[in-house]
Design a protein around this ligand. Structure first.
Ligand SMILES: Nc1ncnc2c1ncn2[C@@H]1O[C@H](COP(=O)(O)OP(=O)(O)OP(=O)(O)O)[C@@H](O)[C@H]1O
Ligand SMILES: [Mg+2]
Length: 519
């Protein structure tokens, strides 16, 4: 745990309520953020409030089992520290900087406080450069920024972790800098799996992992992000390297703050969130910044409670990001992975000055086509595809082909989807979209474009040279299944052209795919 303890300043426990501990110090009251140790350092407490001249209130970063009134507490004389230095590379840590990979504690490290200020405005740098991910839909429609912050928003089980893992897989290999993975309040199993995968892929030597998972007390989940950032800042400022910081899941940080705040007796604010959510989040997010020394690019998964994007936690997080990728349950249920909602996701990099004129116009046209299709869906559901004008029908055909082309098999899901993962260059992705928009693939069955890499693979997938020219009417399984007589005066609305109603559980790829997938 922390390094040195100054035995001089000792206090005694006055009360213990769950994770909240009040301690009395007669001689010297420890300042806010001081780390206190009880039971030989087995229990760590961070001071969050000074109640009066002699008592402080702190939150335990460890379970408080066995802590009782009267137990002696020692002030370590400093705040929570994180190890930094070359020695932490390829290692896995908990919030205290203890190695949790069953190896010796790293030697050759310095300890730094986890509470650090963001870089001053004058030291910040901005260059707008694109960060290619090799994932078609992201590179084309939501380009990420090198040195920016991107969020992956989504409710439970829509594929945040899978997408994040895929990005790690695609980027770490050819990124020269250091990668830091911070697990906040998610499953321990996922951390262990990631560690093993990274080891097998041979990228561990340039990676550090820090975990405060869901089984740990709120105090620890609340501080683990700060510990990871301290490490990231070391690589940026001292070693002048670029850092890729991956966080799964930033919502759990907010949630831990909410638990801490509740335990500390603060009045909850909207929807039970802590009144200090905005400050807490920006204190963390603002440290993810670029300076002349190096850049920290961060990708953060953001759990969205009840799929409601207006949730205060999601709204606050949105405002810090340069790209927001929104995952949609509906697309996941149709098997269109990665289940990115193309119309809700956005990136501030998608401007002609940065991505170039051609890319910009193409992205605009893709969005327009998809938006038109979205509008037509109601009409199709009510009247059927046949009632659309020929032009509209073309839009539908293009949009559906685009949607399928923008799916991609992932390396991260190889084991259970059975399809080999594919990395696609931005050029190939743009070419593919352009050719679809030019109707080059209108005679190909939609199926041929599903889960492929570059567009040329569609040719291989098409059954013959003259592929199903009549694939199109079948394009709308729901519309067909529910044929309303066209002459019907005003049919009732509300029947979504969705193949099936809202799925209750996580969709299995195979079955979801099967069900959208007839040509
Ligand atoms: N790209 C994909 N290809 C195939 N299947 C996918 C893909 N993305 C997600 N899935 C399916 O969705 C499931 C849930 O994904 P994941 O664990 O990433 O969700 P999550 O959003 O992280 O959920 P949670 O909020 O519970 O952490 C996966 O186990 C997988 O079956
Ligand atoms: Mg997850």
């Amino acid at each position: 745990m922390g390094d040195k303890t100054s035995p001089s300043n000792v206090g005694t426990v006055v009360s213990v309520r769950g994770s909240v501990v009040d301690i009395r110090f007669d001689a010297h009251l420890p300042p806010i953020y001081s780390l206190l140790h009880a039971k030989e350092g087995e229990i760590a407490i961070e001071v969050l409030a000074q109640l009066d001249a002699h008592r402080v209130r702190g939150i335990a970063l460890t379970p408080t089992q066995g802590l009782a009134r009267g137990i002696v507490v020692k002030d370590t004389g400093g705040p929570l520290m994180a190890p930094v230095g070359k020695g932490i590379l390829s290692r896995m840590f908990d919030v205290f900087g203890n190695a949790i990979d069953r190896q010796e504690a790293p030697t050759d490290v310095q300890w730094r406080t986890v509470h650090r200020a963001p870089p001053a405005l004058a030291r910040r740098s901005t260059k707008s450069e694109i960060f290619e991910t090799g994932i078609k839909v992201i590179d084309v429609l939501v380009p990420l920024e090198r040195g920016g912050k991107a969020g992956l928003f989504g409710g439970a089980g829509v594929g945040k972790t899978v997408l994040l893992t895929e990005m790690i897989h695609n980027m770490i290999g050819h990124q020269k800098g250091v990668s830091i993975f911070c697990g906040i309040g998610e499953r321990c199993r996922e951390g262990e799996e990631l560690y093993r995968d990274m080891k097998e892929a041979g990228v561990l030597p340039n990676m550090v992992m820090v975990f405060g998972q869901m089984n740990e007390p709120p105090g620890s989940r609340f501080r683990v992000g700060h510990a990871a950032l301290t490490m990231a800042e070391y690589f940026r400022d001292d070693e002048h390297r670029d850092v890729l910081l991956l966080i799964d899941n930033i919502f759990r940080f907010i949630q831990a703050g909410m638990e801490v705040s509740g335990l500390m007796g603060q009045m909850p604010s909207r929807l039970g969130y802590q009144p200090t959510m905005g400050t807490e989040l920006s204190r963390l997010e603002e440290r993810i910044a670029n300076t002349d020394a190096g850049a920290i690019t961060s990708i953060q998964a953001v759990y969205v409670p009840a799929d409601d994007l207006t949730d205060p936690a999601a709204v606050h997080t949105f405002s810090h990001l340069s790209a927001s990728i929104v995952l949609s349950r509906k697309r996941a249920s149709e098997g269109l992975y990665p289940a990115i909602d193309l119309l809700q996701s956005s990136s501030k990099m998608a401007t002609p000055g940065i991505v170039g004129e051609r890319h910009y116009l193409l992205a605009q046209e893709i969005r327009r086509t998809l938006a038109q299709y979205e509008d037509l869906k109601d009409v199709i559901a009510m009247l059927g595809l046949e009632q659309l004008s020929p032009d509209d029908r073309k839009v539908v055909a293009r949009a559906r082909r685009l949607e399928r082309f923008l799916t991609q098999p992932f390396f991260a899901t190889e084991q259970f989807s059975g399809i080999k993962g594919k990395l696609v260059s931005l050029k190939d992705a743009l070419d593919g979209c352009e050719r679809i928009l030019r109707d080059e693939f209108k005679d190909y069955p939609e199926r041929a474009l599903y889960m492929i890499g570059a567009i040329d693979e569609a040719k291989k997938n098409a059954p013959s040279d003259k592929p199903a020219a009549k694939a199109e009417p079948g394009a709308k399984p729901a519309a067909k299944a529910d044929p309303k007589p066209a002459a019907d005066s005003k049919p009732k609305t509300g029947s979504e052209p969705q193949p099936k109603p809202e799925p209750k559980s996580k969709p299995e790829v195979e079955h979801a795919a099967a069900d959208t997938h007839e040509p």
